[in-house]
Design a protein around this ligand. Structure first.
Ligand code: 3PG
Length: 400
């Protein structure tokens, strides 16, 4: 982007592909981290006199307008954060978008409606995606890719559009890639990775990679129960992906062979039912050993011994990557595991990276100061796929 700014952008229409996919509850934004993360790019362009067009997806609408996924709340929040008006177009490439862009004065900003209200955005058909990219290209003179959270998606606005306009990487993408490089090239050891979240299947590829790179892997969240089951423990009615047990068993064996410490919960908080996240009514969980989960109970957080164990495994880390909550942190009775890991990262002397929409939102909604971490990534799937060593379409497109 510095190159673009040096060339001069005054009066130019610059399309910024952001990731404004923020969590919403009853139409209200519960965490605006992703909006704040793209502000440096938007501000720099506006201050240099560009006409800034910001575009993003939000949620997973099915290729047609769906009011619950409107980007309007994100546009309004962006206006608040910028401290100046932001125009909002009620379509993405139609008359409203063209009107909004035509109405921009140098230094002004417009947000167009959700990219995924258009089937061409996510289409698997190259021609259909390219056609939508042509429509997007008609709005702008230059392209800035800054939606790090979406760079792993081969979507029209991420992958096809940069080929049609002079293209540049924004500040957020540059920062994110710089941080992830520190985790993949010449990493400082001990390198400890904490992985949580619901599904082990989402994490298989990254675990596979990390078994050759990390010194310790701490496992929590819903995915821990598939590991416990693979070790031969009964897990009651906890989340379980039976079909992943063979893969997980192989990982347990490989970890031992490679000298990687793969650390599993030693105790967990269990209850007979999933907590009510709306009322947050007391859930009254009990603590049981990880090998003694009752048949009618569900594990919903790591227990107190595990919290201490994981904190001790993080205490001397020189590099930490954490992705995925340790329990159902949205309910106060099951937030302690996630809080303990967040605190251990803060206390660790090393370089700490929080990756993932959920864990990033967790540290902020649990009241931690984001500045206490080395870096909070805006990318969940994107940062995992980067660590897996995959080529990310949105980064490859910017390189060419
Ligand atoms: C994310 O939340 O990880 C990104 O915004 C990408 O969203 P997606 O998984 O719906 O493509």
């Amino acid at each position: 982007i510095d190159e673009l700014l040096a060339e001069g952008v005054s009066g130019k229409r610059v399309f910024v592909r952001a990731d404004l996919n923020v969590p919403l509850a009853d139409g209200l934004i519960t965490d605006d981290g992703r909006i704040r993360a793209v502000l440096p790019t938007v501000k720099a362009l506006a201050e240099a006199g560009a006409k800034v067009i910001v575009a993003s997806h939000l949620g997973r609408p099915k290729g047609a307008p769906d009011p619950q996924f409107s980007l309007l709340p994100a546009a309004e929040r962006m206006a608040e954060l910028l401290g100046k008006p932001v125009a909002f177009a009620q379509d993405t490439v139609g008359p409203a978008a063209h009107d909004a862009v035509d109405g921009l004065q140098p230094g002004q900003v417009a947000v167009v409606e959700n990219l995924r209200f258009n089937a061409g955005e996510t289409s698997k058909d190259d021609a259909e995606r390219a056609a939508f990219a042509d429509q997007l290209a008609a709005l702008a003179d230059a392209y800035v890719g800054d939606g790090f959270g979406a760079v792993h998606r081969k979507h029209a606005s991420v992958f096809d559009l940069p080929k049609k306009l002079p293209h540049y990487a924004g500040y957020l993408i540059a920062t994110e890639v710089g941080v992830l490089k520190k985790l993949t090239e010449d990493v400082k050891r001990p390198y400890v990775v904490a992985l949580g979240g619901a599904k082990v299947s989402d994490k298989l590829a990254v675990i596979d990679q990390l078994l050759g790179k990390a010194d310790r892997l701490l496992i929590g969240g819903g995915m821990a129960y598939t590991f416990l089951k693979a070790k031969g423990y009964e897990v009651g009615i906890s989340l379980l992906q039976e079909d992943q047990i063979p893969a997980v068993t192989e990982y347990l064996e490989r970890a031992e062979k490679n000298g990687v410490e793969l650390v599993l919960p030693v105790d967990v908080l269990v209850a007979g039912e999933f907590p009510d996240l709306k009322t947050k009514a007391p859930a009254n969980p009990t603590t049981v050993a990880a090998d003694a989960i009752p048949a009618d109970q569900e594990g919903l957080d790591i227990g107190p011994e595990t919290r201490k164990l994981y904190a001790s495994k993080l205490a001397d880390a020189e590099t930490v990557f954490w992705n995925g909550p340790m329990g159902v942190f949205e309910h106060p009775d099951y937030a302690e595991g996630t809080k303990a890991v967040a605190q251990a990262l803060i206390d660790s002397p090393g370089f700490t990276v929080v990756g993932g929409g959920d864990s990033a939102a967790a540290v902020r909604t649990l009241g931690f100061d984001e500045k206490a971490f080395g870096h909070i990534s805006t990318g969940g799937g994107a940062s995992l796929e980067y660590l897996e060593g995959k080529t990310l379409p949105g980064l490859a497109a910017l390189e060419n």
